[in-house]
Design a protein around this ligand. Structure first.
Ligand code: NAD
Length: 456
């Protein structure tokens, strides 16, 4: 099947490469010529585990081709996936659809009537109809059906998530698009994935509902973490125990500095804006947005307060700046806001991130970047662990303490054992660790009573 992708960012490149891997002929289009040139030379512009290898395989098999701007080849595609950005509008928080509408407008003259446009970008309810109306006005001579196919992959595990999705959601109004979408996903290899066909409105809403739910779940466990700190509990243990309840599940129960990234912040804002506009304000989503924003301020203030005794400009080392491990994306990363606040309070910042330097240094000025974490921490008064990169767990805490000028370790990802950090001479601040926890003792039931009685 001939398929085209417009927008070769995190979603377009990963989804298109995976569909090429399933055997389709995929043509990628992006307006960024430098990016397209890199892709043609098999330079992966984003950091995603497994992506580079998959791109190389499909490019050399001739199943993936890259184009800067549209050309007549695009009309051969039965499906054209639109994967351009939909960032928040700074004034209202609504999704800014200008890039989506611009792409659709530019594309319209090339279409010949054999193509379904697929909205893969995250878009508010009603956008499918809006793009359909636009196409009817620009190309009254042909039929251009629109399908909605929101994407649920996570950065950091995007290839794996795409190929092993729990569900693929397709919103369609017409049978031709329905059949085309089923044909696109037909070679799927993972038996656990369900292809769900619904209305465009439901498909659009399901994406925002999923992200708002997950953002709320993270915010909820962060609130429990604060309560643990105040009353003496360990959020790691509490989260493990509530996560054993199948109604709750263990995922997205990791307390930390608050959610960030290119999706949760903008999608919660957009859903809240949609609800306000519709006259039914989403008070729970609004509360989540506020709690998450407040959290970064509180964390920055706690760190600043802990450094008041330092008589010169305090030196703070930051371990990780990406919004999570496994990606080079820093969009809306909590670390950016915290670093900016520390800088405004007069702190000197040194940073190490295994892959986030290029993107991070565009957002943070005046910091010194290091190739290794201990180098960044040398002579620092405080270290902040901002991202849960696995290599940070391996750091020898005694060596770290010896290299630092001060002793404060803000472990915002709970990577370290509090006791071990204190034994190394560090003043340890974890998240939600108001009292020592420890490994939960878990005993499988039913017990062999006879053996137990014998042992007693
Ligand atoms: P991105 O910014 O990484 O990539 C978008 C790409 O679109 C860029 O390369 C840009 O040059 C290109 N583009 C913009 N306008 C264009 C045009 N008119 N013609 C051709 N190319 C154009 O964005 P992303 O992170 O991939 O997100 C894309 C969409 O997918 C957003 O709506 C986002 O909310 C959604 N989404 C993202 C993720 C994620 O993890 N990043 C997950 C699920 C859904």
């Amino acid at each position: 099947m001939n398929i085209a992708f417009i927008g070769t960012g995190y979603v377009g490149l990963v989804s298109g490469t995976c569909l090429a891997h399933l055997g389709h002929q995929v043509d990628f289009y992006d307006r960024d010529e430098i990016l397209v040139e890199k892709l043609r030379r098999n330079i992966t512009p984003i950091y995603e585990d497994g992506l580079e290898k998959l791109m190389e395989l499909n490019r050399s098999a001739g199943r993936a081709r890259f184009h800067a701007g549209f050309d007549e080849d695009i009309a051969k595609a039965e499906l054209i996936f639109l994967c351009v950005g939909t960032p928040p509008r700074p004034d209202t928080g609504e999704a800014d659809l200008s890039m989506l509408y611009a792409a659709a407008r530019d594309l319209a003259p090339f279409l010949e009537g054999n193509t379904t446009l697929v909205l893969k970008s995250t878009v508010p309810v009603g956008t499918n109809k809006g793009i359909s109306d636009l196409m009817k006005s620009l190309r009254p001579d042909i039929s251009v059906p629109i399908a909605s196919n929101p994407e649920f992959l996570r950065e950091g595990s995007a290839v794996n998530d795409f190929l092993n999705a729990d569900r693929i959601v397709v919103g369609v109004n017409d049978d031709i698009s329905r059949d085309r979408m089923i044909a696109a996903y037909a070679p799927w290899q993972n038996e656990g994935t369900k292809l769900v066909i619904t209305t465009p409105q439901n498909a659009e809403l399901s994406k925002y509902a999923a992200n708002a739910f997950l953002a709320t779940k993270i915010t909820f466990i962060n609130e429990i973490a604060d309560i643990c700190e105040a009353v003496g509990g360990d959020v790691e243990d509490v989260a493990a125990m509530i996560g054993m309840d199948h109604r709750i599940g263990p995922d997205f129960l990791k307390a930390g500095p608050g959610y960030g990234g290119s999706c949760f912040p903008k999608d919660t804002l957009a859903l809240a804006a949609t609800a306000r506009k519709a006259g039914c304000p989403a008070s729970l989503v609004e509360a989540t947005i506020k709690a998450n924003a407040d959290r970064k301020v509180t964390i920055a203030e706690t760190i600043i307060d802990s450094l008041v005794t330092v008589e010169r400009a305090p030196r703070v080392a930051v371990f990780g700046i990406t919004f999570k491990a496994g990606t080079d994306d820093v969009r809306d990363a909590p670390g950016l806001e915290i670093v900016h606040r520390l800088q405004r309070a007069g702190a000197e910042i040194s940073i190490h991130d295994p892959v986030g330097r290029e993107n991070g240094s565009r957002q943070i000025t005046g910091a010194i970047w290091h190739d290794d974490p201990v180098g960044a921490a040398t002579d620092a008064d405080a270290v902040i662990v901002m991202t849960e990169w696995p290599e940070f767990r391996e750091i020898d805490l005694e060596n770290l303490a010896a290299r630092m000028a001060g002793d404060r370790l803000f472990d915002l990802r709970n990577l370290y054992d509090a006791g071990a950090a204190r034994a190394a001479g560090l003043t340890y601040y974890g998240v939600g660790r108001g009292a020592a926890g420890g490994p939960l003792e878990q005993i499988a039931l039913p017990l062999d009573i006879g053996a137990l009685q014998e042992a007693l």
